[in-house]
Ligand binder design. Structure first.
Ligand code: MN
Length: 332
């Protein structure tokens, strides 16, 4: 068969090779974990050898999902000695947080805008709601049956990357894939409980502290969250407990965008942003060297929050004004 699409080309490259290393982005989320493990189980089914390496451990509440114990956490891989490295969810190779992979035959599968096409084979589709949608397609092209394990990880990828079906990236294809996953044995209620109702008491305290500290700007349309080491310690939390907290302010009707300032362990400033409808926070992220999607984006700076804060907020207020102009019914 002559491959006609990027997906088919990648499927063929996989069939021809035997040893694989799979990786995804640093600070993995549900889509990176789900895409990676769905792919790993599919490669197992094809009799391939599979090694999984991530720069950071998965958040605690993903640990019970099948195959999580197979993921090695390492910042460097010395001579990977594989036939291909499949990188999922990364707009450039450095996003993996893993060094030593650049010499390998790289297959790049991603849905983030602005992918740098760094692979020997690149499949980039920014219309996919999750990288898991692409992995689902690829697994189908490889002729691997959708087992419950694979379906669980595909569903996890979609459930989390759509913000539990909140975001504007959802298409009929998203529900088609979810339907197939449910038919394969996934229970949506159990998945939602495992992913979203898994807070520790410490995390609940942290939510309280963060929201208590939240600032509202731009007539209540922009929420500013700030997290430092002191708050984490006081609530008995780790940085992993902060996953998903950025979305909380968006549950208030008036709030159109959120910016979350976090001081990372290395002292860098991590700036994450979320928004509703047409408010484009990716444009703000790219102005500071970052990336992401229209409604979810971020960047990291070697800077003090006080030095960059007003420049970031100014751009966000501009993005909110622009977004509301094209979607004036958004605040209802
Ligand atoms: Mn994703």
């Amino acid at each position: 068969m002559t491959p006609t699409t990027k997906r088919d080309e990648i499927a063929e490259a996989i069939v021809q090779r035997q040893r694989f290393l799979l990786t995804s982005h640093a600070r993995p989320d549900g889509d990176s974990i789900g895409s990676q493990l769905a792919m790993a189980f599919a490669l197992d089914a094809l009799g391939k050898s599979v090694r999984l390496v991530n720069g950071d451990p998965a958040p605690e509440h993903y640990q019970e999902f099948p195959g999580l114990d197979r993921i090695e956490v390492a910042a460097h891989v010395e001579a990977p000695n594989v036939d291909a490295v499949i990188v999922m969810e990364c707009s450039d190779l450095s996003r993996t947080g893993v060094t030593g992979l650049d010499g390998a035959f790289i297959i790049n599968i991603d849905h983030h805008l602005g992918n740098r096409m760094y692979g020997a084979l690149n499949w980039h589709d920014d219309t996919a709601a999750a990288c898991g949608e692409l992995v689902f397609d690829l697994i189908g092209a490889l002729g691997v049956p959708l087992t419950e394990e694979i379906a669980t990880h595909i569903y996890l990828a979609i459930l989390t990357d759509t913000g539990s079906f909140h975001h504007s990236n959802i298409t009929p294809r998203t529900f088609d894939i979810c339907r197939r996953c449910v038919e394969a044995g996934v229970d949506p209620a159990t998945m939602a409980r495992r992913v979203f109702d898994s807070n520790s008491f410490g995390k609940l305290k942290l939510i309280g502290a963060l929201l208590d500290d939240m600032e509202l700007l731009d007539e209540g349309r922009l929420a500013v969250l700030h997290l430092d080491e002191r708050m984490l310690t006081r609530c008995g939390c780790t940085p992993n407990d902060t996953e998903g907290l950025i979305n909380l302010p968006l549950t208030a009707r008036e709030i159109q965008a959120v910016v979350f300032f976090k001081i990372e362990a290395g002292g860098e400033l991590r700036v994450s942003m979320r928004s509703k409808y047409e408010v484009d926070v990716r444009s703000v992220a790219t102005a500071f060297g970052g990336g992401g999607h229209k409604n979810a984006a971020g960047f990291t700076l070697q800077a003090e929050e006080s030095d960059v804060r007003s420049a970031i907020i100014q751009r966000l207020v501009h993005a909110i004004g622009k977004g509301l102009k094209s979607r004036p019914d958004a605040v209802q």
